[in-house]
Design a protein around this ligand. Structure first.
Ligand code: BGC
Length: 389
């Protein structure tokens, strides 16, 4: 059991005087009048004895995002339905021990490499790098101990746009087989427009490959309310990357036209998920990267999801070239959520903005190579609204 000492909780509020003030009296960085607050409270200790805190970002409209330092895992996103009632729309566990022992990446920060690298190896500048094969013959989501399983340093950050926290982690040269010391910073911001903004930054001291993403499982009707078949999904993509039987892209950019992968017009997720299409059989549902239609390198709309019962809408914009649509195919009833209910296949979906899977072995895909002197910068925004707003 996690023991929580309420005396150890702290709250940061944005001061109207133009600086962030810690509830305990310490002045923090930040210079502009802002919004919202960040609360910090103990969540538990890892099996190897590291203390892990739970953080709550709350905006001026009462919406909140909760996350823990372990894996940067977003444990709750509480946003209003069409009647204004707040509800949590992401899947998660109650205890840290569950996140440590059986998490199918619920809410986690993913790195160094989001999704798969084929054969768990890649060549870079004439050297072959061997990774842990933790998903059949392939490497998935950064290997055995990816960024979802490390404890991140967390600090509140200033800024006018909302309640925000910076998460930092330095991955050692050779960690999980990847070259270069990788310094990663991720900022979670909850704006007063009910947007969850995720800004990623990374630098390296040797050439390496990086693909960072966030792995929330959404159910816009509310965590634990059942399946996501009726969610109406639009993906702004004319093409996707078909996969082989081990879910590694073939390298082809295939048209979605005339296939169950066409979400250019809003379609219920469940409408075609049982089609006898070999691609859907390989993934046991949707588990595919979409090639986003984009112009320029700025933020562009990737996907929109509408849930008719609650009226909730989520719009995702990103600077990334792709999004992995995963329909929660590998969820099974061995996982029991925070509200005490068991999860089943397709009780949540992920839309992971990213570079394409297996890019280190696919020279025709947008590059994931990061070199010394460069800074990887990537932003994804989840905007929450309803059909009443
Ligand atoms: C992958 C799935 C995998 C899941 C793990 C997704 O990003 O595409 O294949 O099973 O993560 O939870």
């Amino acid at each position: 059991m996690t023991r929580i000492d309420p005396n150890m909780s702290r709250t940061w509020h944005r001061s109207v005087l133009g600086a962030a003030v810690l509830g305990m009296g310490v002045l923090l960085e930040g210079t502009s009048a802002g919004a919202g607050s960040m609360d910090e409270t103990p969540f538990g200790n890892t099996q190897d004895g590291k203390a892990v805190n739970l953080y709550t970002l709350t905006n001026d409209r009462g919406a909140s995002v909760k996350f823990i330092a372990y894996g940067g895992i977003i444990t709750e996103i509480n946003v209003p339905d069409r009647w204004g009632k707040l509800g949590n729309i992401v899947l998660g566990f109650k205890e840290l021990a569950d996140y440590e022992s059986k998490n199918p990446y619920f809410g986690a920060l993913i790195g160094r490499y989001g999704n798969r690298i084929g054969g768990a190896k890649f060549m870079l500048d004439g050297t072959q790098y061997q990774l842990a094969a933790n998903n059949g013959p392939n490497s998935l989501h950064g290997g055995t101990k990816g960024f979802d399983k490390v404890v991140w340093a967390v600090e509140p950050v200033g800024g006018a746009s909302g309640a925000a926290a910076r998460l930092s982690y330095t991955s050692k040269d050779g960690e999980e087989g990847y070259p270069g010391t990788l310094t990663v910073r991720v900022v979670y911001t909850l704006t007063n427009d009910n947007e969850l903004r995720i800004d990623y930054e990374a630098t390296t001291d040797k050439p390496t490959v990086v693909n960072l993403t966030s792995h929330s499982y959404f159910n816009l009707a509310g965590d634990g309310t059942g399946g996501i078949d009726d969610h109406i999904l639009t993906i702004n993509a004319d093409r996707y990357t078909p996969v082989d039987a081990t879910l590694i892209p073939t390298g082809q950019l295939a048209s979605v036209a005339g296939t169950p992968f066409d979400f250019r017009q809003g379609m219920p997720i469940g409408a075609r998920i049982r089609s006898n299409d070999p691609q859907l059989v390989y993934g046991r549902g949707y588990d595919h990267n979409y090639v986003l239609n984009r112009s320029g390198s700025g933020l562009s709309l990737a996907a929109r999801v509408y849930e008719p019962r609650s009226g909730r809408i989520m719009e995702i914009s990103t600077t990334e070239p792709g999004v992995q649509f995963y329909s929660g195919n590998f969820l099974d009833s061995t996982l029991v959520g925070a509200a005490g209910q068991q999860y089943r296949q397709t009780d949540g979906f992920c839309l992971e903005t990213q570079h394409f899977p297996d890019s280190p072995n696919k020279p025709s895909f947008p590059t994931t190579v990061l070199k010394p002197g460069e800074t990887l910068k990537s932003t994804t925004i989840h905007k929450f609204s309803t059909d009443a707003s």
